[in-house]
Ligand binder design. Structure first.
Ligand SMILES: [Zn+2]
Length: 99
């Protein structure tokens, strides 16, 4: 939808774009939805620190409501399988010329 500027379900061409999609809040604009929140471990006397990474832009078809979330700002994302965050990289660069 983002690239074609057309809904893939109904072929509609009126699309809403909600940049930096937020979770609705009781007051104010609500909290921006991060792609992931890495948790930094705290020291002996300190709590850990939440480190949100990334954000979403929401694309919604005005005709049928079909929606897509597009992530951006992923530069700080870290591979952390114990937290359920892993990178599946099948690109040629990752495989290297000699396997
Ligand atoms: Zn549609």
């Amino acid at each position: 939808m983002k690239h074609t500027q057309q809904c893939p379900k109904c072929e509609g061409r009126r699309l809403w774009v909600v940049e930096r999609f937020r979770l609705p809040g009781e007051a104010g604009p609500g909290a921006e939805l991060p792609v992931v929140t890495h948790h930094e471990k705290g020291g002996l006397f300190t709590l850990g620190r939440a480190s949100p990474v990334g954000r979403f832009n929401l694309w919604v078809c005005a005709t049928c409501g079909f929606s897509e979330l597009w992530a951006e700002g992923l530069e700080g994302l870290r591979d952390d399988p114990s937290a359920g965050i892993r990178l599946v990289d099948q690109s040629l660069d990752a495989a290297g010329p000699f396997r």
